[in-house]
Design a protein around this ligand. Structure first.
Ligand SMILES: *[C@@H]1O[C@H](CO)[C@@H](O)[C@H](O)[C@H]1NC(C)=O
Ligand SMILES: *[C@@H]1O[C@H](CO)[C@@H](O)[C@H](O)[C@H]1NC(C)=O
Ligand SMILES: [Zn+2]
Length: 303
């Protein structure tokens, strides 16, 4: 039950697709939600003044990226360096046009019983991450390892940016299953989009189908209220699976942001081949949160 409670983002996945859990990122804290609410107000004022978010106005940000491969033994490590480089290229194809570039700084490889899996909310997660974390809070630590078999396999999870304590600093990371890398072994999720999605959370973004009102993310109806707090991602009541062209789950709801479901948005759950964009509003938000939470000098020097 503890485990069930802790993986709030992923539960609908469980109901709708019995074989995998697309994302096990936890529910965001009230601090981050508060920043989204405040920034959504700024965005809406800007739009009243005729100022829309535009990619070419975003700052250029380089994010040092430290990759850590973990496996129970060297023989079980089937992640060649070329595949990691391919993954970084997929990430940069998604983000670079919006001002973010991820620079591969180092790859570490750790083998043994203690490194056999990196399951959310376990002692071993904290142990592994504390041992391997590099860089500052502005830098990305990116773990490639077996996440465990909860609900038939978790593809990835991430932490959100936050105000930092020692534990939060150590846990701060994206984690993905090696099968989700480009040319990976997990059918439909083998083009590297899981990493792009999880980095979206790492930058502070929510799911496009998010219901911010419910005590538990996803349990309510993503059609109502503010959804992901981003104005240019149409409201969506639940995650999309496969690639349901034309899906529109929030018609006729006067409260919701109109438009077809954002099934091609990286913050949805569609198949990798279906995911290919972020909205300008999402990336404007990511830049604000990156500046406020990750580049803020009070937050950064924790290592
Ligand atoms: C990569 O990280 C390891 C572990 O901290 C360190 O020993 C090694 O020197 C680093 N390599 C580079 C190229 O920075
Ligand atoms: C894809 O993976 C397979 C098996 O894991 C490997 O044999 C093949 O060389 C890889 N292809 C590319 C383009 O990396
Ligand atoms: Zn997610």
């Amino acid at each position: 039950m503890l485990f069930l409670k802790s993986i709030l983002f992923g539960l609908p996945a469980l109901v709708l697709a019995t074989d995998i859990q697309r994302c096990a990122t936890k529910s965001p804290g009230s601090q981050l939600k508060g920043l989204h609410v405040a920034q959504a107000k700024v965005d809406s004022q800007n739009r009243l003044n005729g100022k829309e978010a535009l990619d070419n106005t975003f700052p250029k940000v380089s994010v040092n990226t430290y990759v850590h491969v973990i496996a129970s033994s060297q023989v079980d490590d089937d992640t060649p360096q070329a595949q990691i480089v391919d993954q970084i290229n997929v990430i940069n194809r998604a983000y670079r046009r919006h001002g973010f570039t991820f620079l591969l700084r180092n790859i570490t490889r750790s083998f043994g019983k203690d490194w056999s899996s990196i399951v959310p909310d376990t002692d071993s997660e904290l142990k592994i991450k504390s041992a391997l974390r590099q860089g500052t809070y502005a830098d990305l630590n990116f773990y490639i390892g077996n996440i465990g078999d909860g609900f038939g396999g978790i593809l990835g999870y991430s932490t959100f940016p936050d105000y930092v304590s020692r534990d939060i600093f150590d846990l701060d990371a994206v984690v993905i299953d090696p099968g989700t890398l480009p040319n990976g072994t997990i059918s439909k999720y083998d083009l590297g989009a899981t990493a792009v999605h999880e980095i979206g959370h790492w930058l502070g973004l929510f799911h496009t189908f998010q219901d911010p009102l419910g005590p538990i993310i996803n349990f309510g109806d993503g059609c109502t209220a503010d959804g992901d707090f981003v104005y240019d991602t149409p409201a969506e009541s639940s995650p999309a699976w496969g690639c349901p062209e034309g899906r529109d789950t929030c018609t006729g709801n006067s409260l919701s942001r109109e438009g077809k479901d954002p099934i091609h948005n990286f913050m949805d759950y569609s198949d990798d081949s279906c995911l290919n964009l972020f909205s300008a509003g999402q990336m404007a938000r990511a830049h604000v949160l990156y500046q406020q939470l990750r580049l803020d000098s009070n937050n950064i020097n924790r290592n």
